[in-house]
Design a protein. Sequence first.
Length: 269
Amino acid sequence: MKFFRSRARRTKQSPVFRLAELYHAGQYTEAEKEGRALIRSPLSERELVVARTVIAISVGAQGRHTEAVGEYEEALAVSHDFYGAEHWQTLKLRSDRAQQLVATGRHAECQAECEAVVRAAAGAADEDKRRVAVAATNGLVYVLNKQGKHVKAEALARDALADPSATPYFRQMLQLGLARSLNGQERYEEALAEAATAGELHRAVSEGERGPDAGAVDLATGTALLGLGRVAEARTRADAALAACLASLGPDHYRTSDARELLARFDPA
């Protein structure tokens, strides 16, 4: 999430800048706490959008997905009033909210919203808006995989990876979506190769961008290894995925649940 256009353009540090720093440092609880305190103080409309956004993404990162949907709606209201419905920031909030919907099982709503954001943002002259289209496409790949529509998810991920608008961060996310789609089709060798590429991209992005995706590469890799019958290696990666999720995201995050589900496949009741 891009909170500021450029540090160089700020002559005075905004009071919301620390919130962004806390979030990118993985201190989601503190970011939420300070954000809630800050919105009770006088802020410009632009600062209020950022503060509300940081609260929403921090709540989601802690695994409180139902609550996060409501927080995104608060952020969307102030962004809509300040920036307007078609601004990239408002569209990005819609995309992010949609991806919390899938974590609460509202798959059809998530898919419809991601598709709407892609339609609104795709092909725009504005680079930020084009990146929002990629973000929403990534959400769409994820929800299609969750619904078992793996062939459609694969095709969408491959198309999106060919889009030059995809930043390194979103390329790694799309690679993971591709790996999940291949795992879902039991094409485990291919999935393992795509997960390895996602791992390379994951290591190349900034530390602040890696935190929200803790455990994702290990989860995709462990799933592929288990499908190939490489049980010991798979168990190691599944254990690593759960440990990373618990350390960064907490016990209630959807990816923590996914890691537990993978581990349950090793020790069925």
